[in-house]
Design a protein around this ligand. Sequence first.
Ligand code: NAD
Length: 264
Amino acid sequence: MSDFRSVEGKVAIVTGSARGIGKGIAETLASEGVHVVLADLRELVHETCKEINEKYPKSNCYSVELDVSDEMAVKALVEGAVEKFGKLDIMANNAGMHLATGKVWETEESKLDRILAVNFKGEFFGCKYAAIQMIKQKSGTIVNTGSFFGKVGHAESASYGASKGAVHTMTQSLALELAPYNVNVNALCPGLAASEMHWAFVEADAKALGITFDEMKEKELDEIPLHRYGYGKDMAGAIMWLATPSGEYVTGQLINVNGGLDFT
Ligand SMILES: NC(=O)c1ccc[n+]([C@@H]2O[C@H](COP(=O)([O-])OP(=O)(O)OC[C@H]3O[C@@H](n4cnc5c(N)ncnc54)[C@H](O)[C@@H]3O)[C@@H](O)[C@H]2O)c1
């Protein structure tokens, strides 16, 4: 195959990859021959990495336990990947969290600080150190994880939504800054994705409406035109496109990968 769509032999870092969307991204990239560095706050990341290495021996993966809000840890993560593989082709800043903060006037400062530190600063640091390396290489792709909630305000989601809105505008700024270096920068905006994070929302919403977990899931699925939840593999499809010549002309975009849930 020409390099138009092939990612084989590329090197990627995927943050927040112990479980959920990030795990799906890491696994799909590995299945295509990408060497993946998995990074996560949870110890589980090592088990996830082991699973992927066993399943896809062509891909040479390793795992790092870190908190993405720690700038020096993210610097070491990027430098470690470059030391091992000699380059960094794909930076997928996916680690994120949600905390129930309530309405704006109910929000505790400590929760606001934590959400911004992980969701915004964590992705910012990933961008910063990937950019330093990709400028030297004059190649690479950075893919941030944004959200539908970062495009439109939702009640009781001001802190989370603002953290993702900040990711969106940072993505556009960095895309302009890195364009002269042949590096594209985009954000993917999942809608409703099958993950532990999302199941916690489903459980809370079901409780609030007095219906069962499964009834709540059916209600959500009815709102998604493609009638299924999103998975890491769906995000990986977009990442692989952006990381090859087939998608290199796309930069500074906030790309919905959401089954048609929303056209904002
Ligand atoms: N699930 C959805 O419906 C949905 C929708 C829109 C956006 N997102 C975004 O997608 C991304 C992945 O979320 P998910 O649904 O897979 O959630 P998840 O909770 O299942 O997985 C998130 C992963 O990130 C890790 N993580 C959290 N904080 C971290 C930190 N400080 N440092 C390192 N790792 C950390 C967690 O340990 C976990 O493994 C997040 O950025 C989230 O905001 C999810």
